[in-house]
Design a protein. Structure first.
Length: 157
């Protein structure tokens, strides 16, 4: 029989479900980040329990369990970092800087606690990599420009 006349199962046409991507590199976190990750694990466990109690469909439970696996993995691999000394930009510091004539401030944190709109950037972001190691009064290269960033101040979180 020709393949054109063969009925395939409906499952063959569904989009594959992948695990949530884990950011590459170490899972560095601040104390705040460790608390946030633990809260996420508890939140997803509660969502699964509620969905099971309501008799949710298998596809919903699978999706919830996938999210829980992500947070369980992040919890198991987290490396809580000691507080920074605040002498130079590093993981766990708040950095005030000038870029393109505008003063800004960011805190360098872990991947899961990053929220750029709130001024929290991941230690693996290009801006954080440019700032790390610079102290007050130092200049850093950024965006292909030499001395594009002037560090105005550094403080421990």
């Amino acid at each position: 029989m020709s393949v054109a006349f063969r009925r395939e199962s409906d499952d063959e046409h569904l989009e594959p479900k992948f695990e949530l991507p884990i950011p590459p590199g170490p899972n560095l976190v601040t104390e705040r980040g460790a608390t946030l990750i633990a809260a996420k694990v508890a939140e997803w466990e509660a969502k699964i329990a509620a969905a099971q109690a309501d008799g949710a469909a298998d596809d919903i439970l699978k999706s919830l369990k996938r999210d829980l696996r992500y947070w369980n993995t992040r919890h198991a691999t987290m490396e809580v970092q000691p507080p920074a000394d605040g002498e130079e930009a590093a993981f766990g510091t708040k950095v005030r800087y000038r870029l393109n004539g505008k003063e800004k401030a960011v805190s360098i944190v872990g991947d899961d606690e990053a929220d750029p709109a709130a001024g929290l950037i991941s230690f693996s972001s290009p801006l954080a990599r440019a700032l790390i190691g610079a102290g007050e009064g130092d200049f850093a290269d950024f965006g292909g420009k030499a001395d594009a960033i002037e560090v105005l101040g550094v403080a421990a979180l």
